[in-house]
Every structure is written in C-alpha cells, then in structure tokens.
Design a protein around this ligand. Structure first.
Ligand SMILES: [Ca+2]
Length: 398
C-alpha cells in the first residue's frame, strides 16, 4: 500500500501541474507566495534640512513652476495663488478660475503646464464639480495671462463619468508623458469600488488623453465598444500620486483602505487589482479579499501598512542631492512624512527612508532649482524646500 501511495503522489502532482498549465483560468486563486512584503517604518533619511519658503496657503494641493521661476499653487477651496520667485504670495488669487465643488477630498486639485507652455501659455488643472449627490472629476484647460494674474479661454476638456455621490476619492493627479499625451488619475468614488475593475467606467483608472482632452491614439481599449476609450490602466482605488521618470516609466501611488497603500509602475492596459487584490481591510477590520496577488493583475512595487495615506509623488531628477537622484519621493497625509524610495537604474526598489514632518504632506515636487519641494495640507499650509544639510546659509537679505 505504501508503495502505491508513494507512486501516486508525484502523479497527482504532475496532473495538477498539467491542469494549471492547460487551464490557467481555473488555477487556485490563492498564490503560494506573496509578491510584496508590506513595509511599515523605514529608517530616517539623513543629510537634509527643511526650510519654509512660504506659509499662509489654505490646504494647498499642487504646485507648478513657470519658466520665470515663479509658481502657481492650487488651494483646495478653489483658488490658484501666484508665488513669486523670491517666495512672496500675490495677495489676490488668479482671476478666471471656475467654480469648484469644494467638499471633503474634493475641490481644486492638481495643476500642470502644457509641455510647450512657453509658447502657448496653456495651463491644465483638475477639480471636482457637481453636487454632493452627483459629482465628478473634471479637467480644465486655460490660458495664463502674461502677468500671470488671469486665466482666459477657460474650457472644460474632460469630465470623468459616470458621476458618483459623496465627498471621497476623486484621484486627480496629472502628468504629461514624453509623447505629449496627458495622464489623469481618477478615484473610484469610494462607494463605487467595483467600477475600478470595469473598463466601461472612468472611475478607478489612470486615463490617457490628448492635450485637447480626447482619448489618446494608441490607448488599449479603443477597439472595445463597451470600454471607455480614455482608459490607460485600471483596478485603482484612489490614486493621488503620479510622476514620470527620466526613462519614461510612469509611477503612481494610491490609497489603500485600512492598510495597503501602493506604489505601482503603470503600464498600458494593465489591471492593478483593486478591489480583487489588496493588502488592506475595510475600515471596520472586515476582510475585503484574501488575495494578495492574482493572475492577470499587476503586483504593487511597494505596499505600505500602516498606510502613508499616499499623496503627491515625485521622481527626483535634481542635482542638489546626488545620492537621491533617480529616486522616488512619496508624500503621506496621515503619516506626516515623505518616503524616499531608493530605485536602481532599472526601476527596482532597493529600500526606503523617511523624511519626517510635523504636518500632513499633500504634494512633493522637483523644483526648477534642483531642490525637492513639499506642500503641506493644513489650514495654514506651507511650501517647504528640502536642502542638503551642508548647504551654505542663504545670503543676507534673501
Ligand atoms: Ca493594487
């Protein structure tokens, strides 16, 4: 008997293996190995200091520098502020900003300049619009006057659909790709999580648009009648960090629920899993899924539990921190920190470090001067410059 059993065991195993190869759709859904180990704390980064550039910003969300070294900063309530190169806020916000739905996580959100801004003065920004019961993420394009005080030719060029209810999960980061198309992230609205798995919805997606707000040529679902033609990637929860590295790779961070924030490498047409795959649970602690990876879905490159409450994301390409060049910096709202994610040249995650703040972090960006900048999400929000600790003090009068 023992002899027979020992003969059958390898045969059963071989049969299972053959079944797995022949019928991948019927393969057991539980993966044997978890692809990512969630990280919690990370050691402190060193060799830097934090310098306040300006405060008095009310829940700033995003910053975009103009060619002359001044910058536009959005405030969630619905204002765009002009910051001079010397670090002074213009007393009046820009004129011509459309009315926004300022509710919960919504309001005036990201801002980006057209790649040819120096020639065309075009500015793109996102905001939530509609009512508490029916709202959506909207993309607007406008022309900035030469004194940077007024927006003209203000046009809605894209409205995410369908509309959703409630004040949560608008996503809303923008990034121009090297080919001139525009990526925009859209959250799944919190109460429409199944939309994230449906290419027939704009919710829970990274979308790719032309600079006119139309579906971009080459998008993966253009030939699928049921799909939204803007969809670039899907299976996202609330993506609020987006950046493109110097190799053209697209990096994104998104909020998990209780646990399970993610850093993802975004590629055309791929499914990033939510809500079929997550390391997080419901806020009650109830299980969403036991799956940490599934065939046909992309694993996150980094998972954070407890969450950072991942906000802005920057690929640092400046020269002020040679040891940080080519790394990602992910802001955290709840964690009140920025995570340095050390990458090698191939985009492999090597490790993490923490830059601690005493404020919620909303956005992280490369400055045109080679420093890293942080916007804080507070009633009295700040723009903070991250400088090498060894930098000479600023000249008197600066
Ligand atoms: Ca995921």
């Amino acid at each position: 008997m023992i002899h027979i059993i020992s003969m059958q065991t390898p045969r059963t195993h071989l049969f299972s293996l053959a079944l797995l190869i022949a019928l991948p759709g019927l393969a057991p859904s539980r993966a044997t190995a978890e692809p990512v180990t969630p990280t919690a704390a990370a050691p402190a980064a060193t060799g830097y200091k934090l310098t306040k550039v300006v405060d008095g910003l009310e829940h700033p969300w995003a910053i975009a520098w103009l060619p002359d070294g001044s910058a536009l900063i959005t405030e969630r309530e619905g204002r765009i502020r002009l910051l001079s190169k010397a670090g002074t806020l213009a007393p009046n916000p820009l004129k011509g900003v459309p009315e926004v739905l300022s509710i919960g996580q919504g309001g005036l959100l990201d801002i980006a300049l057209h790649p040819k801004f120096a020639q065309n003065r075009l500015v793109y920004f996102t905001h939530s619009t509609g009512t508490a019961k029916a709202n959506n993420t909207r993309l607007v394009r406008a022309k900035l006057s030469h004194d940077a005080a007024t927006l003209t030719d203000v046009q809605t060029i894209f409205d995410a659909s369908p509309k959703k209810s409630g004040p949560l999960h608008f996503g809303s980061r923008l990034a121009f790709m090297p080919d001139g198309t525009l990526l925009i992230t859209v959250g799944e609205g919190f109460n429409r999580r199944d939309d994230a798995q449906s290419t027939a919805s704009n919710l829970g997606k990274v979308l790719r648009l032309t600079d006119d707000g139309k579906p971009a040529p080459g998008n993966p679902f253009l030939n699928d009648d049921k799909a939204k033609p803007e969809v670039w990637s899907y299976g996202h929860r609330n993506p609020q960090g987006l950046t493109i590295d110097t190799a053209g790779r697209v990096w994104q961070t998104e909020h998990g629920p209780l646990g399970g924030d993610e850093l993802n490498l975004i590629e055309k047409g791929k499914n990033y899993g939510w809500p079929k795959v997550t390391f997080g649970t419901e806020y009650s602690g109830a299980t969403i899924t036991d799956d940490r990876t599934l065939p046909g879905m992309e694993d996150a490159k980094v998972v954070w539990t407890p969450v950072l409450a991942a906000s802005g994301l920057a690929f640092y390409s400046g020269d002020k921190f040679p040891q940080w060049k080519g790394d990602l910096f992910a802001g955290g709202l709840v964690s009140k920190q920025v995570r340095r994610i050390d990458l090698d040249d191939n985009g492999k995650v090597l490790g993490q470090q923490t830059i601690k703040l005493s404020q919620r972090v909303r956005d992280v960006r490369n400055g045109p001067d080679g420093y890293l900048y942080i916007l804080t999400d507070e009633d009295n929000g700040q723009l903070i410059r991250v400088e090498p600790a060894s930098d000479a003090p600023p000249a008197a009068g600066k």
